[in-house]
Design a protein around this ligand. Structure first.
Ligand SMILES: Nc1ncnc2c1ncn2[C@@H]1O[C@H](COP(=O)(O)OP(=O)(O)OP(=O)(O)O)[C@@H](O)[C@H]1O
Ligand SMILES: [Mg+2]
Length: 306
């Protein structure tokens, strides 16, 4: 495995894909570098799968181009040795045993079949290698698809919602695996609409909304400058909002008596409630602006990132 440090491992330049009247991907440009996990985030229909399919030559762009280690995927001599992809779509034949499926896949790609046992071990399926794929749970199928992606020991991984169907320990396992794959110098592009799931592993975040890029930045940068938010319920929420309106801070009364105040700690918010006699307080928490807030803000404004 080797991944050039100088050039990005994956490059999308002005990628556009139209399906009839639908613009699935609209002038999208971003890079994925070796040794990093790039989270590829967006709501259902944002264009993530279509982009990934263009990256591996399964869908032809309407315009723009994509390249892997400097070349279009289709120009790679032994693509499976360079790119491991896990995409939506038909998986293994249900009557095949897991080991057989991987052996056939390896043989077709010219990969030594000794690698099959290694990848089964890597994805935690060694004990199920003899089972027919048709009897697998969703999570086991995901692991098998990941095993197939890892067969060629590729420098680049393109994983479309790999945590779908995994249970909480499976999701934690996936996170660790993504980290260690990037730690070995691989470029990992991983999509999800479950944002907190990727927030813990992502070095960089690319956010799409309705085909367009809305953010492309290191996670730290997206999270930096997010102010803290105090959230409370009390006897007289309107009095709290009124008091805040004179301070230059932003506050809003949400469903029922829930009040959200930007820029105050829990303690400060508690003190404010007592000072205006709006108590008692039933609920009081402080949180930082989260990955999820960023996503919704960006999606709502249709941009602002990059
Ligand atoms: N083969 C196709 N023919 C027509 N329209 C398509 C096709 N593939 C995707 N689309 C449309 O392109 C848009 C983007 O779809 P895509 O599957 O790329 O989104 P996604 O971000 O992967 O969504 P999800 O989170 O649901 O997987 C959607 O409007 C979808 O209906
Ligand atoms: Mg998708």
């Amino acid at each position: 495995m080797s991944a050039g440090q100088a050039q990005p491992a994956l490059v999308c330049r002005s990628l556009t894909k139209r399906f009839g009247d639908t613009v699935a991907v609209d002038d999208l440009s971003f890079d994925v570098r070796a040794g990093t996990v790039t989270a590829f985030v967006g709501a259902n229909g944002a264009g993530k799968t279509t982009t990934m399919r263009m990256l591996v030559g399964l869908v032809a762009p309407t315009s723009g181009h994509a390249s892997v280690l400097g070349r279009p995927y289709r120009a790679l001599a032994r693509p499976r040795d360079i790119v491991g992809a896990m995409l939506e779509g038909p998986g293994a034949h249900p009557a095949h045993r897991a080991r057989t499926h991987l052996t056939i896949t390896a043989t077709a790609a010219g990969i030594p079949t000794a690698r099959v046992a290694e990848v089964l071990e890597l994805v935690g399926l060694a004990d199920h290698a003899h089972r027919r794929v048709g009897t697998f749970s969703t999570g086991m199928r995901q692991r098998l698809a990941l095993a197939a992606a890892l067969l060629g020991d590729p420098a680049v991984l393109i994983l479309d919602e790999p945590s779908n169907g995994l249970d909480p320990p499976g999701i934690a396992w996936m996170r660790n695996l993504l980290r260690s794959l990037a730690g070995e110098g691989r470029a990992v592009l991983v999509s999800s609409h479950l944002l907190p799931e990727l927030a813990e592993v992502a070095d960089r975040v690319v956010i799409m909304d309705r085909g367009r890029l809305v953010a492309d930045a290191p996670l730290d940068e997206l999270l930096a400058g997010r102010s803290r938010v105090a959230e409370l319920r009390c006897a007289d929420p309107a009095a709290v909002v009124e008091a805040i309106s004179h301070t230059g801070l932003a506050a809003a009364q949400l469903e029922g008596d829930l009040v959200v105040i930007e820029g105050l700690s829990a303690q400060e918010a508690g003190e404010l409630v007592s000072s205006v006699g709006a108590g008692p307080v039933h609920h009081l928490v402080e949180r930082r602006g989260t990955f999820e807030d960023i996503y919704f803000d960006l999606a709502a404004t249709g941009g602002g990132g990059a």
